[in-house]
Design a protein around this ligand. Structure first.
Ligand code: ZN
Length: 159
């Protein structure tokens, strides 16, 4: 089976929340595509319940695109401790961490239920499983810790 970088990471050695560059791939036409590990909670200690994670996912789809260029996709890890972010080009970890911090702040402080995209049976595959309450609670708790730009040594995002 193909070796995948994410499974080589020692998940006991990291200190969440953090943003980590997993890798950059270059396509046949020379376009660079970056893959980031957006780790919101500490692996094997806490995981975000599906309702809150699902609502954060729907909101990040718009909020991140409003705050940085080149977003291709942002999808949750099955372990529910964070997200993959795939982008065009090579944005810095700090750029991603800033956009993510700003997005979670919007979720915690500003977003109302009417702002959440895709909350009916036509626009979501499991529309009953959303919780804006949970999304706000988890966003607040994650922001209290702040995103590190180094996964192994807590390095708070500079202002
Ligand atoms: Zn959905």
């Amino acid at each position: 089976m193909a070796e995948v970088e994410s499974f080589q990471l020692d998940h006991t050695a990291v200190h969440a929340p953090y943003v980590r560059l997993i890798g950059v791939e270059t396509g046949p036409s020379g376009d660079a595509v970056s893959n980031f590990d957006l780790r919101l909670t500490q692996p094997n200690e806490t995981a975000i319940p599906t309702g809150g994670l699902h609502t954060i996912e729907h909101l990040l789809a718009s909020l991140l695109r409003d705050r940085m260029d080149g977003v291709i996709d942002c999808s949750p890890f099955g372990c529910r401790t964070g997200f993959h972010l795939i982008t065009w080009g090579t944005p810095s970890v700090a750029t991603v961490a800033r956009a993510l911090t700003d997005s979670l702040r919007a979720i915690a402080e500003d977003v109302t239920w009417e702002d959440v995209p895709g909350t009916d049976k036509y626009s979501c595959g499991n529309y009953r499983d959303h919780s804006l309450f949970s999304a706000k609670e988890w966003s607040t708790a994650i922001l209290d810790q702040g995103f590190s730009t180094d996964p192994f040594v807590r390095t708070p995002l500079a202002d």
